[in-house]
Write a protein that binds this ligand. Structure first.
Ligand SMILES: [Zn+2]
Length: 128
């Protein structure tokens, strides 16, 4: 009953590749969001229009900026998870639940390679 990691080298390499791809994808999403909101804030600063005229637009702008921010936060959050998963892989702790220390279900990791909790603990955490 040794097997610290239930994964073969080949499986780990595949999961690592997916994590790296995922990270690149998140990075490009982040760049897009940043470019969009930069452009938006530039155009917001450019014209010194009176507030009354711009009120409706300002409302839309705030809403869009807030939406961008929440997407941005989600992307950053996910990126952090991917980074931590890669770090765990380097330390040989990948695929082990960070709460109960049991192996995380393979099917779960194949669907979401960056998770660090088994299904049971993830559900327990979501309920809190
Ligand atoms: Zn667990």
């Amino acid at each position: 009953m040794a097997g610290r990691s239930a994964y073969t080298k080949k499986e780990l390499e595949e999961l690592r590749k997916r994590l790296i791809e995922e990270r690149a994808e998140l990075e490009s999403q982040l760049t897009t969001i940043e470019e969009t909101s930069f452009a938006a804030s530039q155009s917001d600063l450019s014209g010194e229009v009176s507030f009354d005229e711009e009120n409706a637009d300002a409302g839309t702008f705030t809403f869009e900026r807030e939406r961008d921010l929440s997407i941005e936060n989600n992307v950053r959050d996910l990126m952090g998870k991917v980074d931590r998963a890669l770090a765990r892989m380097d330390e040989g702790r990948y695929g082990i639940c960070s709460r109960c220390g049991k192996p995380i279900e393979k099917a779960r990791l194949k669907a979401l390679p960056y998770v660090d909790l088994c299904i049971k603990d993830a559900q327990a955490q979501a309920r809190r």
